[in-house]
Design a protein around this ligand. Sequence first.
Ligand code: ADP
Ligand code: MG
Length: 673
Amino acid sequence: MDVQAQRPPLLEVKRNFELKTTLVKASSRLPLPGTRLKRGPDQMEDALEPAKKRTRGLGAVTKIDRARPRGALSTVSQTQGPAAAPKGPKKTGLRGCTTVGPVLKNQKPAPAVPAQKPGTSAAPMVVGKRPGKRPAWDLKGQLCDISEELRRYREKTQKLDQENHGLQEQLKEAQEQAEALGTERNTLKGELASVRTQAEQSQQKLDNLCVRVLELEECLGTKDRLIQELQREQLELQEERKALATRLEEQERRLQASEAALSSSEAELACLRQRTAAQATSLAEQADRLHGLEMERRRLHNQLQELKGNIRVFCRVRPVLAGEPTPSPGFLLFPHGPAGPSDPPTRLSLSRSDDRRSTLTGAPAPTTRHDFSFDRVFPPGSKQEEVFEEISMLVQSALDGYPVCIFAYGQTGSGKTFTMEGGPGGDPQLEGLIPRALRHLFSVAQEMTGQGWAYSFVASYVEIYNETVRDLLATGARKGQGSECEIRRAGPGSEELTVTNARYVPVSCEKEVEALLQLARQNRAVARTAQNERSSRSHSVFQLQISGEHAARGLQCGAPLNLVDLAGSERLDPGLTLGPGERDRLRETQAINSSLSTLGLVIMALSNKESHVPYRNSKLTYLLQNSLGGSAKMLMFVNISPLEENVSESLNSLRFASKVNQCVIGTAQANKK
Ligand code: ADP
Ligand code: MG
């Protein structure tokens, strides 16, 4: 914006101010600088005095008086001062005095009275035409004239006196006025000074205002730019607002559509809620039913197990290994069941030639057939998976709260460890019962969480060698050697048994179990070097304590699953003469036989419902006390070597197993709380 264009109003203000100042000055009755009265009131009187004197003495005054009417003194006063002013309003007279100066100055001076000749009477010349001159002789006439003239003069004098008197009064008045004017002038001077000060201040203010105006103009310039920018911004904002309004409309349309969809969804939701509620009710009913069914399943499962027998015996014959002599055909036979080849084999027939009779008679050795019947017989080709399938139901009984004990019985090399832990090389196909059973338990426990059951598992693995218990899960300094452990009750009055110094490791997945089995193998390997063939002469007991809880129904169940790889059941050949180093071996064998026969005796005592069960006669039966007997389920694998050379031991094992198989132990009860 042009700053100059803005100025005029402000300059106008300034000019007005100056004009006002001038008017103030002009309206003041004081003379302006340079037009100041040259005489004060006192001087005015002085100025009047000569006029008076002149009036008395000069004929010109008389002439004027005569020529003009009375009161024309005001005209005289114009030339001679305030004293000659006519009587009238005082103010006018006074004003006349103040304005005299400039008028006198500007007016042309009155024509000068011609100079008077010395020694001549001025009166006849000034007064006018005289009557014709009387002859010198006419003295009387002259006297008359003179008397006449004298009279006129007297009259004139009288008039002049009166006039003089009036003038004096006027003078007095004028003096008073002059005094008043002096006072007024002083007052006005003061006022003037204050007005000047004010004017200066105003000027100062004006200057400041000018500066301020400039600043404001500058500011205004900035503001103009700002305004322009703001206008631009405003335009942009307007555009934006338009765009937003369009978007808003769009959104509103969409919102309306959404609201419509929402209301329909809400209706649908309400409908779904109703259905959900109905389903929740039905779900709860079904959960109840499921729980009832689960309980029924457990009951039936248990009943089935009972029908199968709480103590069962499976016979497993290992295959002939590479490098081993092939047994004669018909040495081991596996007759079909009544249903034919599809029927799982339960019988085994073993032929034994009577060598002693043949040497005596010289005839071919007669063979004696020994038939055995078990709950199930696994011929040499049976797979690990097949074997596990048969026991998986039994393993599940442990989850239902029934203590389970699975033994592998047989001579050394008959395949007990293979059955329990698995084959060498970590081949999953060759995995034994322990890893398979645990995997099965973890999986079923996981499924049971859906029904509100929560399970936990704690594993331990001990070895009973020569009636001493050692921890197979020992680590660190105790690794391999294993400090001696004792079997103790878990607490005063507690039925539960625990092994002191043994590790109880919580497990929840296969990997953890595999790590424990690996650790046990290492510990056994170390022990084997320290003592020859120790592993075959010791019992390995893998115990898994299972605890289940159904928090919602306040149910708890817990039972141990025992997987026992028994020591070799072989006996010392009574015909052998023992060397000094074999005395220890004899003792070991006796211990093994003792503990195995104690196991047999315990089973018999339980079967016969004897009042005393000799659990304490061996560490093994003592440790398994809670898993043998009334509330427990037991399965014994009798592992048989396919070799003819092992026929004697095989027969012994089969006879022992048969005895066990004939046992019927009382109704099992789940450990439920
Ligand atoms: P034990 O533990 O009774 O002394 P092992 O389990 O150590 O006997 O078995 C002896 C040998 O026979 C091992 O080399 C093992 O791999 C092998 N073996 C045992 N049972 C089987 C089987 N069912 N299939 C293949 N090999 C087997
Ligand atoms: Mg073994």
